[in-house]
Write a protein that binds this ligand. Sequence first.
Ligand code: COI
Length: 357
Amino acid sequence: MDIEIVPLPSEKMKTKIVDQSQLGFGKYFTDRMLIVEWKAGQGWCDARIEPYAPFILDPACLVFHYAQEIFEGLKAYKWEDGRVALFRPEMNARRFNQSGDRVCLPPVPEELFLKGIEQLVSLEREWIPTAAGTSLYIRPTLIAVEPVLGVKPSDHYYFYVILSPVGAYYAAGFNPVNILVEDYYVRAVPGGTGEAKTGGNYASSLKAGLEAKKKGYDQVLWLDGRERRYIEEVGAMNMFFAYGRHIVTAPLTGSILSGVTRDSVLKLAPTLGYTVEERQIDVNDLMADIRAGKVTEAFGSGTAAVITPVGKFCYKDEVQQLTGGNVGEVTQRLYDTLTGIQTGRLKDEFGWVRFVE
Ligand code: COI
């Protein structure tokens, strides 16, 4: 499918942020966006890259009422030699359609997903920040836009992609975040939508997040919804625990997100001399292991969060401080290696990088 490029009038071009240390996360958006529509009886149509602008949508659109929507997150990096690299975008394309299947959205052909993103990023390459820890965050989204109040799959959808130059997801940058293990609210249950990247999962996490913030924590760590006993994920990150050189993470049981960065950590860690294990982690055993000094580091992984070290870790009022509040060696090496591959400082032995023409 050809993508029409709608001209961008010079008066619609925005001023770029000069001080990249002030970017934060997801606050600024580039000049253009990609939109492709899907209509019943017609399929995907009207692909265009047009000036970034608000949508005019009927207040009855299904997405506003029944949350029929999904999204993705990936990043583009500008290398020192000027090339623009995407990190494992094929995985995002696949996961997008897996998420979509769960909420009855039409699959976006992988080629359209990738080609649309590449063309948009190529046009917007001047927006890619280059300071350490920055990148261009890519947010593909699919929403139901049929204006009707009956609960049913829509007959009209918008697949759109917006771009945001970003710094670190957490305001503190690459520094330890404080995690509270949530023992009342649950994020997902077996058979639910936990492994889909759909907005409702994030909406239902807000209350626990706010309550945790009041207690001085940055994020909540979810336990499984059946027994409230096994470690799942932190909404914006998968979690890892290092026992010396052995790294453990929760398995993909259907209620947590299958993270691209999670998968990259599992593949990278053995090349750095660490062993990895996906296994159920009972929070009571984990706390005993932390108390006994066996858990030497904890960190989260995610596209936005990259690799984020954990400092304070609290479960049922027991507060433990990991790595003395510093960044541990395993966490640091994984961060350096991953970001090294993403930004071209290190050789990509895995074939993870895809260049934008
Ligand atoms: C991402 O890491 O790309 C996400 O979508 C997480 C989101 C909470 C920012």
